[in-house]
Ligand binder design. Sequence first.
Ligand code: R5P
Length: 299
Amino acid sequence: MIFSGNSNLPLAQKLASELGTSLNKAEIIRFADSECRVRLEEDVEDKNVFIIQSLSNPVDEHLMEFLLLGDAAKRGEAKKLIAVLPYHGYARQDRVHRPGECLSAHVVAKLIESVGFDKLITVELHNETILGFFEIPVVHVSGLSVFQSEIEKIKKDVVVITPDAGALKRSQSFAETLDLPLALIEKKRDLNTAHKILSMKVVGDVKDKTAIIVDDVIVTGGTLVNAAYLLKEKGAKQVIAVATHADFVGGADKILQDSPIDCVWVTDTIPVPDDRKFTKLSIFPIASTIAAAMKKMIK
Ligand code: R5P
């Protein structure tokens, strides 16, 4: 049985259809004081149950819906309870960056486990460190494979770019899969101001190349736009920005459209509202990749 929160119903419907079924019914309401109440409208006893939810903006709202859906299924005595998080929110807070900070990704992992989920499927985590925060098995699906065939079409003079040191492992394995060279951007953030970048430097050869910047998520667009300016300045002939998750905040569409980036490729792990779509943007479907992981779990 497949239930979904409200964060990405179109994707949840596609996942259900990939599994040859349709979404099961749940009631999710908000009280006047904004508290959420959830009720599964179908009997889950002894059934394998998937709960789908992208933990995108507004993250806390979506997280709470997801936890309550999980609790309802657990109380309904589901046989196996499987969380499907196409986008895992709080994943960037995977370390204590400054003394006195919380470790949010760890808190979220513990919350998910406290509800009684047996397994988790998630896509393109910010960092695989988070896997160590879970006791339950986690299937970590790469979202980047959906862009592969498109990149193969432009294989000549292409270089994969890591937008910051934290993203190195992801871009390294992507470059290896595609047999492409890799260059690195050294990004220094202001840890006291959210989203503020202090400096960026390119390490590697990008001259006359198509530079493909590979990231996990776009929020303000700042990381990719700053990287694109730098890459063009260093002689890149074309810049393609590739990110699995598009959690665009207001203004990101304009910043990206007006930037030196030639194309922005994302998947539909998070729905992009029509008024945030722009001409340089292409959205690649991720449903079959996630559905393949779901199918393995109920074999
Ligand atoms: C940061 O380390 C992440 O991997 C992304 O690069 C970042 O969160 C993107 O955010 P923005 O679009 O606001 O620069």
